[in-house]
Design a protein around this ligand. Structure first.
Ligand SMILES: Cc1cc2nc3c(=O)[nH]c(=O)nc-3n(C[C@H](O)[C@H](O)[C@H](O)COP(=O)(O)O)c2cc1C
Length: 208
């Protein structure tokens, strides 16, 4: 199969479904935000990654709703400038999926999913107690890819603080991938587990 995206009969949804089937596994950010009145919101985003090391910056990418309105996560981040990303592990997979439900604005996915908010140190949005890794973030910048259906908005956030459960750490103080057991997002409703991590080493090449 060859697809010329400009010329193809696939609409943007077809291209999206095709691409998420191979741009994977994607990490899942479970993003906690607060509305300006303080109410909690929690939603999963697999368009998520760390995009700069110095400064440390993460990105999530909320698409608009079908009616064109922004998702609650984006609305809250724009209003408050803050968010928390909880890492999605196998143990909280079902609860994470529950947080993908489109609840009315202001209704908390914490209650709906059974996850527990815990106070953060530097921002108002809460940590997810059941996740062993949470990061506190400050909005740096948003980049919108348009106003048409499916147009994402990339939200870049500076990492202010990282909370890691001690039981995850190896002798060097780094996260042991065997213990973390993140979930990855594949295409459609498929996910994967990290069950057999292994190392590869890039050869050193002398460049004179
Ligand atoms: C695993 C998973 C990953 C998702 N990733 C995204 C994403 O990257 N961007 C997006 O706009 N929606 C994504 N969604 C859908 C949102 O989570 C869903 O629209 C949610 O209701 C948004 O909540 P909010 O309005 O409270 O922000 C994902 C859903 C799931 C279950």
């Amino acid at each position: 199969m060859y697809v010329d995206v400009q010329a193809s009969e696939l609409d943007w949804r077809g291209v999206y479904w095709l691409c998420i089937g191979f741009i994977n596994p994607r990490p899942i950010a479970l993003v906690a935000t607060v509305a300006s009145d303080g109410r909690h919101n929690l939603a999963p985003f697999s368009f998520y990654n760390m995009v700069s090391a110095n400064p440390p910056v993460v990105m999530i990418c909320p698409a608009p709703r079908r009616d064109g309105s922004p998702k609650d996560t984006l609305r809250n981040i724009r209003e408050t400038g803050q968010f928390v990303v909880a890492t999605v592990t196998e143990a909280i997979g079902e609860a994470m999926a529950a947080c993908g439900a489109d609840l009315p604005y202001g209704e908390s996915e914490f209650e709906f999913s059974g996850l527990t908010p815990a106070p953060a140190r530097q921002v108002r949005p809460p940590l997810v107690r059941e996740s062993p890794v949470n990061i506190e973030c400050n909005l740096r910048q948003t980049v919108s890819f348009g106003t048409q259906p499916g147009a994402g908005t990339a939200v870049f956030g500076d990492i202010l603080a990282v909370h890691v459960a001690d039981w995850l750490l190896d002798a060097q103080g780094l996260v042991d991938p065997h213990k973390l057991r993140t979930l990855g997002r594949l295409g459609e409703n498929w996910y994967c587990r990290v069950v057999e991590p292994f190392e590869l080493h890039v050869p050193k090449v002398d460049r004179q």
